[in-house]
Ligand binder design. Structure first.
Ligand code: ADP
Length: 320
């Protein structure tokens, strides 16, 4: 049996990870490229190869070795305790700002409850194609390739996936043709559900950012989401306060509809870094609705996003 014969026995999604395969005296030896897979993903892959090849009559023994040849890819999870706090808005703007800093960025929209990245990045309605059984991310006008839970179902249909369904969908989005993306930002659903668990077990992120509004309740939920990463040994890069303070566009008067400063205080209490605050500003929402995240333009309102992106880029580079 040649290397190609062995590969042909495996499904395309696995065959594309085979970096070498040989067959001698009944023993199949397969080297798999497991770049960007976590411990769980590696185990699944190893078991699948052992099962499939081991079931062949001519193969009496299967040996699987693993390498990580491709450039290390940093998966950064963006989480929040509850919905509507601006997690998707922050993720899209960070992606755009990181790209401007020279990083190759991809974005995974794993928010099963409200997949909004195609709208924010202006490529809604476009479907990803599949190549070798893996999805090809959809380009966006700001140069950020995107895969979204929203692209996997018909537009406007609520997704009520549970358990393995949600986990499988996440796997499809992450184990895709991200090619040379150095950083993959993952917009997680709020809370601590099935998607988060699959994320931690299969594709352990390099780090996580937590977003909250300054309100007490949102903060308590954010702390709970933080515990999940902590328990899985995923470092929390820091906390971001969104919708922090409002300057009236008419009179300029400053007010704090959701309070202000609460996230920074919480970060101190939890001994986590505080990355910055983003004001409540209509231009941020308008930009998102129009597929033009504000970080793609030069303006004062882009600054807080750029400042957070530059801290994130520093954090990533330290670990590259
Ligand atoms: P999440 O992902 O946490 O559910 P979104 O990012 O979808 O939250 O934000 C919820 C809504 O609030 C969206 O309409 C978004 O445009 C708006 N929004 C988010 N952050 C801000 C902000 N700083 N100022 C104004 N509107 C915001």
């Amino acid at each position: 049996m040649t290397s190609d014969d062995l590969k042909a026995l495996l499904p395309a999604s696995i065959a594309s990870r085979v970096s070498s395969a040989k067959f001698t005296d009944g023993t199949a030896t397969v080297v798999l490229d497991v770049s960007e897979l976590g411990a769980g993903g590696r185990k699944d892959l190893e078991l699948a190869v052992t099962d499939i090849l081991g079931a062949q009559e001519r193969i009496s023994d299967v040996r699987v070795a693993m390498t990580a040849e491709r450039k290390a890819r940093h998966i950064i999870a963006i989480g929040s305790g509850k919905g509507g706090v601006g997690k998707s808005t922050l993720t899209a703007n960070l992606a755009v700002a990181l790209k401007e800093l020279g990083l190759k960025v991809g974005l995974v929209d794993a928010d099963i409850y409200g997949p909004s990245q195609p709208m924010i990045l202006g490529n809604s309605g476009q479907r990803p194609e599949a190549r070798d059984n893996k999805l090809v991310p959809v380009p966006s006008r700001h140069g950020i390739p995107v895969l979204s839970m929203g692209q996997l179902v018909e537009q406007g249909k609520a997704i009520a996936w549970r358990g393995p369904m949600a986990g499988n969908a996440l796997t499809q989005l992450i184990d895709a043709h991200w090619d040379n993306a150095e950083v993959l930002l993952v917009d997680l659903p709020p809370g601590t559900g099935d998607v988060q668990l699959t994320m931690l077990q299969k594709f352990k992120p390099a780090g996580a950012i937590l977003v909250s509004t300054p309100q007490d309740l949102a903060l308590i939920d954010a702390a709970r989401a933080g515990q999940l990463f902590d328990q899985a040994d995923v470092p929390i890069i820091g906390l971001v306060e969104n919708m922090s303070g409002y300057a009236c566009p008419h009179c300029g008067e400053h007010s704090d509809p959701f309070g202000a400063g609460g996230v920074e205080t919480a970060a101190e209490r939890l001994e986590l870094p505080f990355l910055g605050r983003i004001p409540l500003n209509m231009k941020i929402r308008e930009g998102s609705d129009a597929g033009q995240p504000v970080a793609s333009e030069e303006s004062a309102i882009a600054e807080p996003f750029k400042a957070i992106a530059s801290q994130l880029a520093g954090w990533i580079r330290e670990r590259a």
